[in-house]
Design a protein around this ligand. Sequence first.
Ligand code: FE2
Length: 427
Amino acid sequence: MLDMIIRGAALPDGRTNTDIGIQAGRITAVQPNLQAEAGQVIDATGRLVTPPFADAHLHLDSALSLGQPRLNESGTLLEGIALWSELKPHLTVEAIYERAKKLCLWAIARGTLAIRSHVDICDDRLLAVEALTRLRRDLRAYLDIQLVAFPQDGYLRYPNAAINLQRALDMGVDVIGGIPHFERTMQDGAESVRALMRIAAERGARVDMHCDESDDPLSRHIETLAAETVRHGMQGRVAGSHLTSMHSMDNYYASKLISLIAEAGVGVIANPLINITLQGRHDTYPKRRGMTRVKELMAAGVPVAFGHDCVMDPWYSFGTHDMLEVAGMGLHVGQLTAQSEIRASFAAVTETPAKILGLPNYGLAPGCDANLVVLQAENAFEAIRIRAERLYVIRRGQVIAQTAPRESRVRVDGADLAIDFTRANLG
Ligand code: FE2
């Protein structure tokens, strides 16, 4: 007698009509025609069942602060930075906690059960660290939150960043962040990468730096980050977020750089929603796309994830934290229309960020945690195309969120027709 069986599932790898057995919070079987009884049976016939979505790059401390203390009238990065500075003195632990918690509940409803959030440590009160470490603890049963100590105003540029970083790590922040392109000089940027990598190596911490979020083709801090990763033997534990300058780089240099990133086992996190809106703003026409070289990085075997980055904050006003919207935008901006690239775009919001975050027991095989999402779609392609509803969100064998199937009804010629935006029943 199992706790749960999901019957008839389609899986992201293309298998269909598969049963998934769950016992004591773990997956015990993934096979056709599972001969067993269960306390709860979910009929997923023709539905995609996937391990949960994971967001490798988010800012929970600013999420849902839109309009506080005022709107970003120009919609630009610079006014967004100014706005955050205006808001900072008025932040409280409770306000950060409540906004971040609401965002996390949105994420769970959308089937996202792991989030890596950067936390601004350039506030000597470290209110966001206090709020988000508490939230991580309070939501542990439902959602894995990984926190990155992020010196948002520059590790060398902000006077207390080094002290605050150590304090944040001592308070339980997991990952070391950075923002080398925001330091005052290229040399300071490179030095900040070396200093932060030394701390990470000493502490055995993972690293995820905002890196080269710029249209300047000479912003090459990812090169230093990759080289330091090799030097410290930290392959597989380091990620570079954004890397938008790679879009503008000389092709010869980029080809050398991509090889280095692959050799270093550095993960890449693009944030297509915000990158496409904020980058290339100094261009007239043609305007550059604001995303790193996702197609070429994927082809070189580099793990590339898509993150949401911001939701309703000073820098990005939109979003409901739907990782299928993120995948769809990444696919469009990166022209990832090959069949293998469509599959990789789905993986970029599921298994690839799970790998970059180092999530244990993630996946769809016996022994993995029974964290699963049943989608109103036949396959990953359709899930991205129609932003499929998450019918069931399952955490360690328990349903923790449900959404009713989406259906529109159209009345034509006296007939009342159910519309589901699929090709079902067509030749
Ligand atoms: Fe970010």
